[in-house]
Write a protein that binds this ligand. Structure first.
Ligand SMILES: NC(=O)c1ccc[n+]([C@@H]2O[C@H](COP(=O)([O-])OP(=O)(O)OC[C@H]3O[C@@H](n4cnc5c(N)ncnc54)[C@H](O)[C@@H]3O)[C@@H](O)[C@H]2O)c1
Length: 364
């Protein structure tokens, strides 16, 4: 692969536009500092605003083009006031997950100094975990955007929770390798399978596959937790967890809980990785309540940008992209340590632009 890497850029709606711009600025600065060739961006129009204007949720050809580039970066998509006739929202990004088999939804949850700590226990300062959310099947299999038939009358609606061996095996291998990578960086090296195997056949199957794969990863401690108990434990003792792997809907819900534990959605970064493609976006939405006011915290997006740089390192085999990722992460860490990052989301005095400029300063 040539060193010149191209990114499909979908800014989307609301604060998605602002946090995407912030991310590009920070990522580009880190890439330049690492002495790498500048990334090129190809913008793909998509989202609720675009739908309202054109009747399409993504620019014609955009879905295919996004997959031809080296990675996809997305701000946020959706606006509660713009809906399809069936009441669901505009969400072409769900189709991207499906089309490109982006099964591994990586959602880091990390406490930073001077950022709000929602739990009184001092051990909450040590929260550093990852929620690995399967992102192509589970209870999102029949999500509205996929157009898969389900029982749908005015009397009854059924959605389908689908678990396949093929995707689950890939997901668990990804989870164990992620735990190994984190262990090499000083984390404990644990993978917890979060399910509801006591009640659902699909979840018992999920756990069975996890059990088959676990023995291949000697150095990683494998464990299980039911999702309801996991919700309890994420409040009671989140510092005890490292990587948790789960079905799509469970991951959707618990990753918001995780974001809340370390401040709010403005800290919730996300990578969605498949065999050939990767999509990077903050886990939050378009936040219509604060859009257009320079109030959004861009850090979730910026940290998703760091995940994208890490992915580019793996994809290109060039470790310097990982160095650029590390520069972004350490700018965020140092910025919080020195109290130089004070996002409005946490009652601070810094809007999107001020946080971005401070990060650029920290990157030197
Ligand atoms: N992946 C996506 O693009 C995605 C994800 C979730 C929701 N959505 C869409 O976004 C729209 C709004 O959804 P919602 O309100 O449920 O969720 P949201 O994540 O947009 O907002 C939830 C709350 O968190 C706050 N918030 C979110 N991100 C923030 C940030 N970076 N800085 C400061 N505060 C932040 C918002 O102000 C709001 O109070 C909907 O149309 C929804 O469908 C899109």
């Amino acid at each position: 692969m040539s060193e010149k890497l191209g990114i499909a850029l979908i800014r989307g709606d609301g604060i998605g536009v602002d946090v995407a711009d912030a991310t590009i600025a920070v990522v580009d600065a880190a890439v330049a500092k690492a002495g790498l060739p500048a990334l090129t961006y190809e913008e793909i129009l998509a989202g609720a605003g675009y739908y309202k204007e054109t009747g399409h949720d993504i620019a014609p050809g955009g879905e295919v083009r996004a997959g031809e580039l080296d990675a996809i970066f997305l701000g946020a998509i959706g606006m509660p006031s713009v809906r399809h006739e069936d009441g669901t929202e505009i969400a072409p990004h769900l189709r991207l997950r499906d089309r490109y088999g982006l099964y591994a939804g990586v959602r880091p949850v990390k406490a930073y100094p001077n950022a709000p700590q929602r739990l009184a226990d001092p051990r909450a300062a040590g929260i550093d975990m990852v929620i690995l959310r399967e992102s192509t099947e589970g209870l999102f299999f029949s999500a509205a955007t996929h157009g898969r038939p389900n029982v749908h009358t005015d009397e009854e609606v059924c959605d389908t929770l689908r678990i396949t061996r093929r995707t689950s095996e890939k997901l668990f291998h990804f989870g164990f390798r992620l735990a190994e990578k984190r262990k090499a960086r000083g984390r404990p090296g644990k993978l917890t399978c979060v399910d509801k195997a006591n009640v659902f056949n699909s979840m018992a199957f999920f756990r069975k596959i996890f059990k088959e794969i676990a023995p291949q990863y000697d150095g990683i401690e494998a464990s299980y937790n039911y999702v309801d108990a996991q919700a309890l434990d994420l409040i009671r003792k989140p510092w005890e967890f490292d990587v948790m792997v789960m079905e799509n809907m469970f991951g959707d819900i618990l990753s918001d809980l995780g974001g809340g534990l370390v401040g709010g959605m403005g800290m919730a970064a996300c990578a969605e990785i498949g065999d050939e493609n990767g999509l990077f976006q903050p886990a939050h939405g378009s936040a219509p309540d604060i859009m257009g006011q320079d109030k959004a915290n861009p850090l979730a997006a910026v940290l998703s940008g760091a995940l994208m740089l890490d992915y580019l390192a793996e994809r290109s085999g060039n470790e310097r992209w990982a160095e650029a990722a590390e520069m972004v992460e350490s700018a965020v860490q140092k910025g919080f340590e020195a109290n130089r990052l004070r996002p409005m989301e946490f009652g601070g005095d810094m809007g999107t632009k001020a946080v971005t400029n401070e990060l650029l300063d920290l990157l030197g």
